[in-house]
Design a protein around this ligand. Structure first.
Ligand code: PEP
Ligand code: MG
Length: 591
């Protein structure tokens, strides 16, 4: 890994995923627990070891009671009672007597004795064909980890919802659900060892407007909690113990960014129109209703993608129809008459729910995901579609299905939508009878049958994040093959063109809501290929508008014509860079 050192300064280079620069104390999460060593004790040390164990048990009990109280206050007594099972483990005399016996008889340290005995119990429970007992094995392992952390003097992993002071989070990985918990007031930024630009963790970071870098390889193993660091989300660099010179250079960069932001603010209220007067619709991607404010603040013209799964990830149980209705209604009402495209649940892949049984799969991105789940779990789909329909009475809502891979899925989803509409009519509940329906084009198969799909929808939205991973067979999460994840691959250019042409033959407009749309280098290529709308994280809308207002559609069309003939992803990319840098150089002054 390219790591440099100057006078105590250490830097780690990775992939930039969310712009911005921040400085502050580092908080390293999830450091693996050191191996539990077996220490042979002298006769006199044995009593002291038993005391250490007793103390760790008391400390653990106190910690669990604290968590139980907090959970009960926040979520109710029923959720709090989950921790009763954890407390029971600490009162299990058979287990504890056995640990004390091992310490005394074998004269070994408490960590080793506790770990060995508890693991044996947990393994026995886990092997029994009984869901209840298997759960107890999980409880036992949770409690064991706490007791061992206390014995080893390790600090418990921070509760990301309640950080006490502002810090930069450093972690090997951060799941989308953990990212969703980040308390923005205290998280200055985050950096992870793994990940890629289009992982949902990265997407969340952009949406939260937290500077972030991923793919820093082993940074989390090389830095310590409490060290001072600077995170550059524009270039994907983490600098620990920055020198005065580095801090000065970053001060200059921050000033240049502020000047650019001023120029972007000046055109917030202007339309996205090219120099040759071609109007482009610029929308925003959101994850929750409260993001609607950001949509307007950044001059977007609506929501092109409402990723509803965060409503599910952010809660400890499945949100019901009413709860979802409130959320969709809130977004639609806040933006009325601007459109809000609500995408139905896109779970699976890298998005899991702790409270929903999801199969463990060898290839989760090729597995039980998105519309495939919705079409099987009818109760979940019904609640969501009814909530969307009901909210459509209160604003300009459209619905969109994720990961359609063929006509049958689209037909089934549409048939269910009609069924739920009929229910609501019967119940005399209002909804928009003309609710527009869209399909995401994010599998190569959908692009190839776009003609058939276009006959049955009102709009398409190309999900390039997935379209690229599925077409090029490159896992979008894997930093080792990030160099193969090429949005300008000739295959991608041609699939987008095929989709746009099919759609336009049926007067169906095409949006792109994947990360490709938010890259000012790539947006002209999409527009040249005939894409009608772009949808990006709210904070990325102003630079796109700035670029479009300096672009001629004819130039974009020439670029697309070149790309359709070209055989090299690198050459296409380099042409895209040439054009973008020529028309909007100030967007690229990030060094
Ligand atoms: C996409 O795949 O491009 C997309 C927008 O959906 P998501 O990133 O949520 O998978
Ligand atoms: Mg997708």
């Amino acid at each position: 890994m390219p790591e440099t050192q100057h006078g105590g300064e250490k830097s780690f280079r990775g992939i930039p995923v969310s712009a911005g620069v921040c400085r502050g104390k580092l908080l390293v999460l999830g450091r693996a627990r050191p191996a539990i060593a077996k220490v042979q004790l002298s006769d006199t040390a044995v009593n002291e070891e038993v005391n250490r164990l007793e103390k760790a048990l008391v400390q653990t009990r106190q910690q669990i009671l604290d968590i139980q109280r907090k959970v009960s206050e926040r979520m109710g007594a029923e959720e709090g009672s989950i921790f009763d099972a954890h407390l029971l483990v600490l009162e299990d005399r058979t287990l504890l007597d056995e640990v004390v016996r091992v310490i005394r008889e074998q004269k070994v340290n408490a960590e080793h004795a506790f770990h060995t005995v508890a693991e044996r119990y947990a393994n026995t429970l886990a092997a029994i064909e009984d869901d209840y007992l298997r759960e107890r094995a999980t409880d036992m392992r949770d409690v064991t980890t706490r007791v061992l952390n206390n014995l080893l003097g390790l600090v418990e992993e921070a509760d990301l919802r309640h950080l006490k002071e502002p810090c930069i989070i450093i972690s090997h990985d951060l799941t989308p659900s953990k990212t969703a918990q980040l308390d923005k007031r205290n998280v200055l930024g985050f950096a992870t060892d793994v990940g890629s630009k289009t992982s949902h963790t990265a997407i969340m970071a952009r949406s939260l407007r937290i500077p972030a870098a991923v793919g820093l390889q082993d940074a989390s193993g090389q830095v310590e909690t409490g060290q001072y660091g600077l995170l550059d989300g524009l270039n994907g660099v983490l600098i620990v113990n920055p020198t005065d010179q580095t801090l000065y250079e970053y001060g200059q960069l921050i000033l240049r960014q502020a000047t650019l932001r001023q120029r972007l603010n000046d055109i917030l209220a202007e339309p996205a129109v090219t120099l040759d007067r071609h109007r482009i619709l610029l929308n925003a991607n959101i994850e929750q209703a409260s993001d609607a404010e950001q949509v307007k603040a950044n001059g977007a013209e609506g929501v092109g993608l409402f990723r509803t799964e965060y409503l599910f990830l952010n809660h400890d149980r499945l949100p019901g129809e009413d709860q979802q209705y409130q959320s969709y209604r809130e977004a639609a009402a806040a933006l009325k008459p601007l459109p809000v495209v609500i995408r139905t649940l896109d779970l699976g892949g890298d998005k899991f729910l702790a409270h929903m049984q999801m199969p463990s799969e060898l290839n989760p991105f090729l597995g039980w995901r998105a519309i495939r789940i919705s079409l099987q779990e009818r109760d979940i789909f019904r609640a969501q579609l009814r909530a969307i329909l009901r909210a459509s009475a209160e604003g300009n809502i459209k619905v969109m299905y994720p990961m359609i891979s063929g006509l049958d899925e689209l037909k089934q989803a549409n048939a269910l939508l009609e069924e739920y509409k009929a229910e609501l009519r019967q119940e005399k509940i209002a909804f928009d009878e003309h609710l527009q329906v869209g399909a995401m084009i994010e599998t190569p198969s959908a692009a190839m049958v776009a003609d058939s799909l276009a006959k049955r929808v009102n709009f398409f939205s190309i999900g390039t994040n997935d379209l690229i991973q599925y077409s090029l067979a490159v896992d979008r999460m894997n930093e080792k093959i990030a160099h193969l994840y090429e949005p300008t691959h000739p295959a991608i250019v041609r699939l987008i063109k095929t989709t746009v042409d099919a759609a336009h033959r049926h007067q169906v407009p095409v949006s792109v809501c994947g990360e490709m749309a938010s890259d000012p280098v790539l947006a002209p290529l999409l527009l040249g290929l005939g894409v009608d709308e772009l949808s990006a994280a709210p904070s990325l809308v102003p630079p796109l508008k700035f670029l479009i207002r300096r672009l001629k559609l004819s130039e974009a069309q020439q670029l697309a014509a070149f790309a359709l003939e070209c055989e090299s992803a690198a050459e296409i990319l380099s042409r895209c860079q040439e054009l973008a840098r020529a028309i909007a150089p100030s967007l690229f002054e990030n060094k």
